[in-house]
Design a binder for this molecule. Structure first.
Ligand code: PEP
Ligand code: MG
Length: 755
């Protein structure tokens, strides 16, 4: 049986009146503690507010020594009040003194009080303070009283959030609400952005907390829950969802929660206590978020996130808001903060006004990262809890180079980042000036600099960076950002657009390199022990020729009447290339038989990324029109060191003699067979490494567009002949100087090469 239901409702009604009175913040808070004490029949009611320095300061009290207001304080974790703040959980004790966490503060005069009930003041899962009631008697507060106190704490949370309490803050340190936060995550896309927070899923701020009529609120809640359930059922039943893998799983989880009696009952209880339906959802959501922040089990965290999203949807239902966010009123310096998002959602924002992206999740290979990188948006991922801490409009800095985020940064940090941005912009301007200058070494050797791409949004960089062409077009990216397999027509359209955007510059298309870490959610993946060495790339293409043939047909069609360069990834044996070529020939024949146009010229190549090919180069060069070294994969297989595993990825130096000899061998053989060679892995984009490659004899490099400026700057100051003359002997056996990286660095500094 629930006792005295009128109590909390009456209290909320009285609070509403106090909130509406035109009085000072301190007076309002003083009145609130009196009201609460009277309502729960407590001798003491106190409010502690969390300051930016992690101290909980007494802001108002009824029953304790008023002189101690703004004087008495506890650190988070200290005493019972500090414990509540640290754990974001209520504490209900008939005998507080017996609790091991009890700390005696002589100045506040709580000697005579025994029972203690404290609740965190929460907003959006963040603790803003603590609300406490105390009695002399050894009293056990009922569940309803705990609930009522939590509900009242929401009203105080709104006062804090509205900035009302800043005015009466007496310490130099501001309130925690506006505390600067420095968080480290994972650098996902290079660049530095200064701007203001846009929450990808804006929290709907519930300002109408207190209900006029609880029955009406209950009816509104029932209706909204029904609409929510229907909308999820509809989504699940829609044809599009039928096949969608992980999306469907999320929605199934949503459906489970939407029908969960426990969750709904908690919300109903909160409306019984006098909250509006939306405030009731918010309250339950806030308690739940606080729990989520402490949850370490990744699976449970994920489920709690789902529930959080669901609560959000329910609030939107209640407030009659559309799902999704409006992008029309984006500021000029938007930094988007999200738990996670799909690649398409990022594209929806439009590039112009986005200065950065911060994700609570997101990994280096997630689709949104691929697109963010292509768009040149500085990105940091895996910044836990960022969504709870950031408020719309907060100043924020994203450092995509160091993987750091500064929320509400102090003045000096802002200043130093502003300088950094200016410095980077100046350098970029210098690189832009270089884009039409010839890419020739000091001693007159032409070096072709191409860029890597994978999406249409990459294409404007071709002209901006002054690249000679696309040396590697990763066709799988279109597949990775799509929600289902792109059909032949869609692939064809994409390749046509790419060729049009290239404006006659050469494009080397690489056929699908899926599998391994390049996962397609709609392609059921098979669990493999070593996916990088597993069923991926051309292996998958040859085993599923339908897939590869469709792509080949689309490529042949898109380049009809023009030039087509196509290469195959992860070739381990010459025979695999011959099989792939056979497929191309069949497609060509098919097109011709049907009177369809075909490319004017067709060149077929192979990526050298599996070491076994190093021992088949003479055979290989007899068959291919060109080769491209995929140094990322070649290096990982050469050293047997996973490129994605930071513990081993940088353990072996590609500028060591072993790997350089392998690269030199490829150059030698390509010269001998007069077959063009390029290198399109990350090595090509790092200035010192690019210098080494040129010294080895590479004359064509393909890299990310942002690297073209720095590499061109380097090579225009390089005497290539001199470098080769000094580098190549170091690859001979028994050369006494074995540290080639050091040699390259001192060569560059002695010869004035601009690295
Ligand atoms: C490589 O392996 O070097 C390469 C360019 O291909 P990817 O990075 O797409 O595997
Ligand atoms: Mg590769």
């Amino acid at each position: 049986m629930r006792s005295n239901l009128a109590g909390p409702r009456l209290l909320l009604r009285q609070l509403r009146e106090v909130m509406a009175e035109p009085i000072k913040a301190q007076d309002r808070l003083d009145k609130i503690v009196v009201l609460i004490a009277a309502n729960v029949v407590a001798e003491v009611c106190s409010v502690y507010i969390l300051r930016a320095d992690g101290v909980l300061e007494l802001y108002a009290t009824e029953g304790l020594n008023r002189e101690a207001v703004h004087q008495a304080s506890l650190r988070v974790g200290q005493g019972l009040v500090g414990l509540i703040a640290a754990e974001a959980r209520p504490l209900n004790l008939p005998n507080a003194r017996a609790h091991p966490g009890f700390t005696y503060l002589p100045e506040i005069g709580e000697d005579e009080f025994n029972s203690f009930l404290g609740v965190p003041i929460l907003r959006g899962g963040r603790t803003l303070g603590v609300l406490v009631v105390q009695n002399k008697s050894h009293r056990a507060y009922s569940e309803d009283e705990v609930e009522a106190l939590q509900t009242t704490a929401m009203v105080i949370a709104e006062m804090v959030a509205a900035g009302e309490l800043e005015a009466i803050a007496q310490s130099d340190s501001g309130l925690d609400m506006s505390r600067p936060i420095h968080a480290s995550g994972v650098a996902l896309a290079d660049g530095v952005g200064l701007g203001h927070v846009i929450l990808h899923e804006p929290r709907v701020v519930v300002t109408n907390l207190i209900a006029e009529d609880s029955d009406v609120e209950r009816q509104r809640l029932d209706a909204a829950v029904n609409r929510l359930r229907l909308s999820i059922d509809d989504l699940l039943n829609s044809g599009e969802m039928a096949a969608a893998g992980e999306h469907r799983e999320v929605l199934e989880a949503y459906r489970m929660f939407a029908y969960d009696r426990g969750w709904i009952r908690k919300i109903e209880d909160a409306t019984e206590n006098g909250l509006t339906a939306e405030a009731a959802v918010e309250k339950v959501q806030s308690d739940m978020r606080a729990r989520m922040l402490r949850q370490t089990d990744p699976y449970l965290r994920e489920r709690l996130h789902d529930l959080d999203d669901l609560a959000h949807r329910l609030i939107r239902e209640l407030m009659g808001r559309e799902h999704g966010s409006a992008h029309d009123d984006l500021p000029q310096d938007a930094i988007i903060v999200a738990r996670n998002m799909g690649a398409a959602e990022l594209l929806d924002y439009g590039r112009e006004r986005i200065r950065g992206l911060v994700l609570a999740e997101g990994g280096p290979t997630s689709h949104v990262t691929i697109v963010g990188r292509a768009l040149g948006i500085p990105m940091v991922g895996q910044v836990e809890d960022i969504v709870s801490f950031a408020d719309a409009g907060d100043a924020i800095i994203v450092d995509g180079e160091a993987g750091e985020v500064h929320l509400r940064p102090a003045q000096d940090i802002q200043q130093s980042y502003a300088d950094k941005v200016r410095f980077r912009a100046k350098r970029q301007a210098e690189y832009r000036r270089l884009r039409n200058k010839p890419s020739v070494t000091k001693d007159g050797v032409d070096i072709t600099l191409q860029m890597n791409a994978g999406l249409l949004v990459d294409m404007p960089h071709l002209a901006e960076a002054g690249a000679a062409g696309i040396g590697l077009f990763r066709t799988e990216l279109q597949f990775m950002v799509a929600s289902s397999f792109p059909r032949m027509r869609e692939q064809l359209a994409q390749y046509e657009q790419i060729l049009t955007a290239a404006e006659g510059k050469p494009v080397t298309f690489r056929t699908l390199d899926i599998g391994g870490d390049k996962v397609l959610p709609y392609l059921r993946s098979i669990q493999e022990e070593n996916p990088a060495m597993g069923w991926r790339a051309l292996r998958l293409g040859l085993d599923r020729p339908g897939l590869l043939r469709t792509q080949i047909r689309a490529l042949l069609g898109a380049a009809a009447g023009g030039d087509l360069k196509m290469m195959f990834p992860m070739v381990a044996e010459v025979g695999e290339f011959l099989q792939a070529r056979e497929l191309v020939e069949r497609e060509l024949k098919h097109l011709r038989q049907n009177g369809k146009p075909t490319p004017e010229t067709l060149r077929l190549g192979v990526m050298i990324e599996v070491p076994s090919l190093l021992f088949q180069l003479d055979d290989l060069f007899q068959h291919v029109d060109f080769v491209s070294v995929g140094s990322n994969d070649l290096c990982q297989f050469f050293f047997a060191a996973d490129r994605g595993n930071t513990r081993v990825a940088n353990r072996f130096d590609p500028l060591g003699v072993g790997f350089l000899r392998a690269l030199r061998l490829i150059v030698d053989k390509s010269n001998q067979h007069h077959v063009p060679v390029t290198l399109c892995g990350e090595l090509a984009g790092r200035s010192l490494e690019a210098m080494a490659l040129i010294g080895l004899g590479f004359r064509d490099l393909s890299m990310s567009s942002v690297s073209i400026g720095p590499v061109k700057t380097m090579l225009r100051t390089l005497d290539c002949g001199r470098l080769s003359a000094r580098l190549l002997p170091r690859l001979e056996p028994d050369h006494p100087d074995t540290d080639i990286r050091e040699f390259l660095k001192s060569f560059a500094s002695d010869m004035g090469v601009a690295l």
